[in-house]
Design a protein around this ligand. Sequence first.
Ligand code: HEM
Length: 119
Amino acid sequence: MAAYPDVQKRVQNEIDSFIGRERLPSWDDHLHLPYTQAVLYEAQRWQTIVPLSLLRYTREDTTVQGYNIPKGTIVMNNIWAVHNDPKYWKNPSEFFPEHFLSQDGTTLVKPEYFIPFTI
Ligand code: HEM
């Protein structure tokens, strides 16, 4: 946020306008703070803190997108690759909260390829 003062200001404005300064925030407030939520999501995408998930192994022969994976193969998710794939993200290397907002900027959008916790 310190590196992006304009973003920080917008988050503060959104919080001030919805929550104000007379009360503490509550959990339900996040439903009314799309920009703030988009900034939090984008921070988790842009600096994916767990780039590779825990190891798993296949319990039976299986196929993923045409690749045959035999029983007993160790597999892991490359979360970093999904979070930085230009096929999915307009500016993968940029901190760009609009990745998580509708075209008009008013609604939070959480795509299925946002997987900081593997889901
Ligand atoms: C934004 C913060 C965090 C992110 C993005 C994150 C992400 C992840 C990811 C991707 C995994 C691997 C999941 C898998 O392979 O199925 C994981 C596992 C785990 N995380 Fe986190 N984590 C975060 C914070 C924390 C914190 C604060 C704790 C504990 C206080 C924690 C405890 C664990 C544990 C115990 C596991 C292993 C779960 C298991 O055995 O299946 N994580 N986390």
